[in-house]
Design a binder for this molecule. Structure first.
Ligand code: AMP
Length: 297
């Protein structure tokens, strides 16, 4: 008897550039009652992204991955134009991770009303003006808009986000709860390089000494965890991080904060019940990097 693969639908992924093209295929899956997992990305994929896709593949019947560099979440002077675009390599990574659909729209699909449409304002008052929201005005406004659009298009049962963007996951959980999106939000652990640097598409910008000094972020977080476990007060931890940043000539600390995991409340004292999270952002040359770690784990 000839040997056939078990599941023909998974032999190759389907790449869609338009909403209609994606839904033509996806609707068939819905009608079969299949569970849909969704992983939104901006492409330039690495193993951090692949870990989300693998988790979705494990937990769902079909996995959709979007690749879209969303202009509305970039501020003036940020790296929208130079953000790496590597669709061919991304497709290989997604194929290996077991994705079923790639949705790679362009701006005319995602913002059909043009520039004016981009002025739709979405905000979650309590959470999008702090931390990265304070440093990148309008950033989470753009994230809320594009994630809402993507969730409305894909209508996934589950959507997967990395804890690398800790504030983003918290914000999206709140968005989904407040607006009753019928999607379960799943936060996934940070994947790191072997030396501790959190994987990021922006790491492609880091060469030579910049790559070396980028280790400041994970090292500072490790130091904070160590000192916090010895009972060092929060104010002193903040000072330690600022002093440490001064020792790295290519690093400019953007912020360092310790927040509760739920609600991202500022914490003056550290208690296990708050699941305190140390959150950091720093420029390494022109490249803005972020990272975070649980204080107690
Ligand atoms: P991006 O393409 O940077 O918008 O990221 C797409 C998704 O991948 C987001 O949910 C990120 O939090 C997640 N992600 C990015 N880097 C990592 C990483 N190192 N580990 C886990 N998830 C990640």
């Amino acid at each position: 008897m000839p040997h056939f693969p078990h599941d023909f639908a998974k032999i190759s992924m389907i790449l869609s550039r338009t909403v209609d093209a994606l839904l033509t295929n996806l609707h068939k899956d819905y009608f079969k009652g299949l569970k849909i997992g969704f992983v939104p990305t901006m492409g330039a994929l690495h193993d951090g992204h692949a870990s989300l896709v693998r988790r979705s593949v494990e937990e769902n019947d079909r996995t959709v991955v979007s690749i879209y560099v969303n202009p509305t979440q970039f501020g003036a002077g940020e790296d929208l134009d130079t953000y790496p675009r590597t669709l061919e390599k991304d497709s290989e990574i997604l194929q290996a991770a077991g994705a079923d659909y790639i949705f790679a729209p362009d701006d005319s699909i995602m913002y059909p009303g043009g520039k004016e449409q981009r002025e739709v304002l979405m905000s979650l008052r309590s959470m999008d003006q702090i931390l990265c929201g304070a440093k990148r005005p309008g950033h989470f406004n753009g994230v809320l808009i594009v994630v809402s659009k993507l969730l409305n298009i894909v209508r996934p049962h589950r959507a997967y986000f990395g804890e690398k963007d800790f504030q983003q996951v918290a914000i999206i959980r709140q968005l989904v709860k407040e607006l009753f999106f019928p999607t379960e939000v799943i936060g996934c652990p940070i994947i790191r390089e072997s030396d501790g640097l959190a994987m990021s598409s922006r790491n492609m910008y880091l060469k030579g000494e910049y790559r070396e000094q980028a280790l400041f972020l994970s090292r500072a977080l490790d130091k904070v965890r160590e000192l916090a476990k010895e009972g060092t007060p929060v104010r002193e931890l903040e000072k330690t991080v600022a002093d440490m940043a001064d020792q790295y000539s290519l690093i400019e600390l953007d912020y360092f904060n310790i927040r509760s995991s739920s609600g991202l409340r500022p914490l003056d004292t550290l208690a296990i019940k708050d699941e305190p999270r140390a959150i950091i952002a720093a420029f390494c040359g022109k490249t803005r990097l972020i990272d975070n770690k649980a204080i107690f784990s």
